[in-house]
Design a protein around this ligand. Structure first.
Ligand SMILES: [Zn+2]
Length: 235
């Protein structure tokens, strides 16, 4: 009987250790654009087996290069800073060299308008310049279909086409080499609204929706974000 109890106890300890050790650790970078913090982080709180630490601008970019890389698996960007220093760029080079997974959400497509290399990291660009053929556009409170381009991809597996109420971006740049994951047929939106690609050793995913709680509470959106984090975190 005692032996049996010991066995149960050790099994319990083993299971507890393995669950916490298996947790995917992510950094979430914020700053440069307003958002409802409470409801945004509520989505990440709901993800089983994903733990997060928030890094805020203006410190975030240098911190990204300083934090022990063995303590996290991926970085989620929900930020939109305007400028970046040469020292801060080094943090990004380090992430790519290490092969850290990167997930970019929504307005992060408009970050660092003058840093050309950023486009090659995220895989596209929201062009803020005005009165040019390249000018991107936005419109709030649009209900539009999100179409799954490849339901076998780890990011979109198990998800059928769905509708979402969010902000759309039009006339955005998407690099031709990305693998398209999500599209829409809404005329105010660019057709491609989600993709994945790799740069150096990093897996990278961009997901265009995510302006506010309408998306953060949408179970299909939540599943895409969670599966994107899991996919880019794989070694
Ligand atoms: Zn927005």
């Amino acid at each position: 009987m005692i032996k049996f109890k010991l066995l149960i106890l050790s099994l319990f300890i083993l299971v507890s250790i393995s669950t916490s050790a298996k947790d995917t650790q992510i950094l979430i970078v914020t700053g440069g654009h307003d958002f409802d913090r409470e409801l945004f982080f509520k989505m990440f709180d709901s993800f089983d087996a994903i733990s997060y630490t928030e890094l805020k601008h203006p410190e975030a970019n240098l911190q990204l290069g300083q934090i022990d890389p063995t303590t996290y698996d991926a970085v989620v960007f929900y930020d939109m800073p305007k400028s970046i220093s040469e020292a801060e760029k080094e943090s990004y080079h380090k992430l790519l060299k290490l092969g850290k997974g990167l997930v970019f959400l929504h307005h992060s497509l408009a970050s660092y308008q003058d840093w050309d290399e950023y486009v090659t990291i995220i895989g596209g660009k929201y062009h803020e310049e005005q009165n040019s053929p390249h000018s991107s556009t936005y419109q709030h409170n649009v209900t539009f279909p999100v179409m799954i381009k490849d339901s076998k991809n780890p990011v979109t597996k198990g998800i059928a086409d769905f509708e979402i109420l969010d902000e759309v971006y039009g006339n955005t740049e998407v690099l031709p080499k990305v693998t398209v994951l999500l599209t829409t047929n809404n005329p105010k939106s660019s057709a491609i609204i989600g993709w994945t690609h790799t740069k150096e050793k990093s897996r990278i995913v961009y997901i265009q929706p995510g302006h506010d709680y309408h998306s953060w509470t949408n179970p299909h959106y939540q599943q895409i974000v969670r599966q994107a984090i899991e996919f880019v975190s794989e070694k």
